[in-house]
Design a binder for this molecule. Structure first.
Ligand code: SF4
Length: 233
C-alpha cells in the first residue's frame, strides 16, 4: 500500500460495498467503480482473514445475535421503515439474547446520577449490576505527574485521579458477562478498553457540554460550531 494511500470510506462517493438495490444471492458487487482509497482495493487480504474469524462458532454466534439485534431496532410499516429502540433498550435486548446475567458498569464519577438510573433500569430487567466509578482507589493525581496548576479544583485541593485501569481490573474480577462503559473521559476510556478482558460495549460517552451527545456539536459544525472546521487550539 502506497504511503499516502490509506482507507477513506468516510469520503467515498460510491459505497459500492453496500450493494444497494441488488437481491439476496445475486453475488457481490464489481469493484471496478470503487475509489483508489477503498480498503477492498488496498487491503483485499483482510476480508478472507476476517471471515475466517467469523467461522469460529462462538464468534459467528455473537455476530449473528448482534445482527439480529440490529434488525430488531427497526420496524417496517406500510409508510416506510422506522427506528424503534433507544440504546438502553437495545442493550437490554442484546444482553438477554446472549444469556448474560451480570453486567459491569464502568462509569465516570461525574455521572453518578446517570449510573444510578442505569442500574435501576437494568436491575428492573433482571440483571445484576456490578458498578465501579473512575475515582476508585482514591489515588491523588500527583501519582501520575499532574502538576498543581493542572488540577480542576485548584492547586491546593486533593484531587483523585481517574483510574480506568483499576476499573477494568475490577470489572474483570467481578464475574461480569459484559462490561458497559458510561461516560468515561477521552483517554481514560482508551485505557479502560485496553485493560478490560471481558466483552465490552458503550452505553454513552462523555461530553460535558452537550449532555453526553458529542454529535450535537458535530451536527452544528456548519452553523453554531463552525469554528470546529478551522484548526482548533
Ligand atoms: S469499502 Fe470501498 S466502496 Fe465501501 S464505502 Fe469504503 S471506499 Fe466506498
Amino acid at each position: 500500500m502506497a504511503k499516502n494511500n490509506y482507507p477513506r470510506c468516510a469520503k467515498c462517493p460510491t459505497r459500492v460495498c453496500e450493494n444497494q438495490g441488488r437481491k439476496a444471492g445475486e453475488g457481490p458487487p464489481s469493484l471496478l467503480k470503487v475509489p483508489a482509497f477503498c480498503p477492498m482495493k488496498l487491503m483485499p487480504e483482510v476480508y478472507p482473514a476476517a471471515m475466517k474469524e467469523y467461522d469460529i462458532p462462538r464468534v459467528k454466534e455473537f455476530a449473528r445475535r448482534a445482527s439480529v439485534q440490529e434488525f430488531q431496532c427497526y420496524e417496517r410499516l406500510p409508510d416506510g421503515r422506522r427506528t424503534r429502540l433507544p440504546r438502553i433498550e437495545e442493550l437490554i435486548q442484546f444482553a438477554r439474547k446472549c444469556g448474560y446475567r451480570r453486567l459491569g458498569l464502568a462509569h465516570c464519577g461525574g455521572l453518578m446520577y446517570e449510573a444510578g438510573l442505569v442500574t435501576d433500569i437494568l436491575e428492573a430487567n433482571g440483571f445484576q449490576v456490578a458498578s465501579v466509578q473512575c475515582k476508585t482507589g482514591a489515588v491523588p493525581k500527583e501519582r501520575i505527574g499532574i502538576a498543581p496548576n493542572e488540577k480542576i479544583a485548584g492547586p491546593e485541593a486533593w484531587e483523585t485521579m481517574c483510574n480506568p485501569i483499576a476499573q477494568a481490573m475490577i470489572v474483570n474480577q467481578a464475574g461480569v458477562d459484559l462490561a458497559v462503559m458510561l461516560g468515561l473521559c477521552i483517554g481514560h476510556d482508551t485505557l479502560f478498553i485496553r485493560y478490560c478482558d471481558v466483552p465490552l460495549t458503550v452505553l454513552a460517552v462523555k461530553d460535558r457540554v452537550t449532555g453526553h451527545n458529542p454529535l450535537a456539536a458535530v451536527y452544528a459544525s456548519a452553523t453554531y460550531y463552525r469554528r470546529l472546521r478551522s484548526k482548533i487550539d
